[in-house]
Design a protein around this ligand. Structure first.
Ligand SMILES: [Zn+2]
Ligand SMILES: [Zn+2]
Length: 130
């Protein structure tokens, strides 16, 4: 799909594909890098489209420290955040529905907008002997 027709890829479709492929969250800059590399689209289009997606609730944001990350909002999910490489991965599992129910039940009036599990991914964990 890297032939002459790639410029016809609609920016919205491409940005959705970038986020789907990430299987988690990306900063706007990371989305821009991937989208521009694939299609040569104008960087400002990437930021505009992400802002539009957020308004339409197609994506949701998760702020880690000062980094705003964007992820698909197509399915409820929790997030793991690596304190080493800052990668945000989406966890899509039916059991998360139970967690939301638990929060709703035990904290009346509390509407969970995100579940974040912090830690270190396998690549960032020190070797067992350290
Ligand atoms: Zn998310
Ligand atoms: Zn990591």
């Amino acid at each position: 799909m890297r032939g002459a027709g790639h410029r016809r890829t609609r920016p919205r479709t491409l940005i959705l594909a970038v986020l789907a492929e990430a299987d988690g969250h990306l900063t706007a800059d990371a989305v821009r890098e991937r989208a521009v590399a694939t299609s040569g689209m104008d960087p400002s289009t990437v930021y505009r489209t992400l802002a539009l997606f957020e308004r339409l609730q197609i994506v949701h944001t998760l702020t880690i420290g000062k980094r705003v990350t964007y992820g698909l909002a197509d399915h409820p999910h929790a997030h793991t955040v690596c304190d080493g490489c800052a990668r945000v991965t989406a966890l899509r599992d039916a059991e998360l529905g139970d967690l939301r129910t638990l929060v709703r039940r035990d904290l009346a009036g509390f509407a969970a907008t995100g579940i974040v599990i912090r830690g270190r991914c396998a690549a960032c964990r020190p070797a067992p002997d350290d």
